[in-house]
Design a protein around this ligand. Sequence first.
Ligand SMILES: C[S@@+](CC[C@H](N)C(=O)[O-])C[C@H]1O[C@@H](n2cnc3c(N)ncnc32)[C@H](O)[C@@H]1O
Length: 222
Amino acid sequence: MTGQTHAGARRDYLPAMGRHWLLPLYDPFTRLAGVGRIYRQLLDRAHLTDGADSRRILEIGCGTGNLLTTLGRRRPELATVGIDPDPAALRKARRKAARRGLQIRYEQAFADELPVADASFDRVLSSFMLHHLEEDERLRTLREVRRVLRPGGELHVVDVDGTPSGHNRRHQHPRVAGSRPELVLAALREAGLAEVAENGRHQARFGGYVFYRATRPDGEPA
Ligand SMILES: C[S@@+](CC[C@H](N)C(=O)[O-])C[C@H]1O[C@@H](n2cnc3c(N)ncnc32)[C@H](O)[C@@H]1O
C-alpha cells in the first residue's frame, strides 16, 4: 500500500494501492486479504451506541468506501461522511452507496484540511490511511481530527503495524516505519488528544495491524 505519490487537485497524495492505475485492484485485494473482518472489528470498537451522542460519523481517507458501506448496512440511520483526495476512489464509493440505497456523503478533501465545522462529529474513523501520510502531515491531520470532534468525541483507527520484523527490517518503506505503534501513540498525544491507547494488535495474511483509540478532551470549549 505504499509507492509513488500522485498529484491531486492541489497537492500530492499516496493513493490506495500506491499507484493510481492500480486502483481497480484495491477492492479485489482487500476482499482476498479478508479486510472486511478488520472493518467489522474497527466498527465494533467504535462504541456506536443507539444514543444521540454517536450519530455523526466521519471517515478520513475513505478510499472506495468499504468501511462506510459496512457501517451503512449495519446502521443506515447514522449521518456518515467520507473524505478522500482521490476522485476515482470517491466515484467508486458513491456508486457503492447508490447501489445499496445508502445515504453516505463523500467529499474530495485532504485529512489535514477538513471542510467541516469545529466539533461537528461524534466519531472519526480511519482505516489503513495514517501510513499514507508523512510525519508532519499526520500530526496536522490528528490536530484537525481534534478540531472536528465534539468534546468527548472519539477517534478510532486501524493501521498497518510498522514494527520492524526480521524480513522487512532492511526494506521497510519510511512511511510504514513511521507506523510503529509507539510513534502513532506519540503523535496522537502530541495532537492534543486524550485517553490515547492501543486497542488491539493482530496478524493478517498481508501483515500485522493495530487498533488505536483517542478522544477529544471533554470539558473543552467546542
Ligand atoms: C489504503 S487506502 C484505505 C482506504 C479505506 N480507508 C479502506 O480501508 O479501504 C488509503 C487511502 O488514504 C487516502 N489518502 C492518502 N493521503 C491522504 C490525505 N492526505 N488525506 C486523506 N486521505 C488520504 C488515499 O487516497 C487512499 O484512498
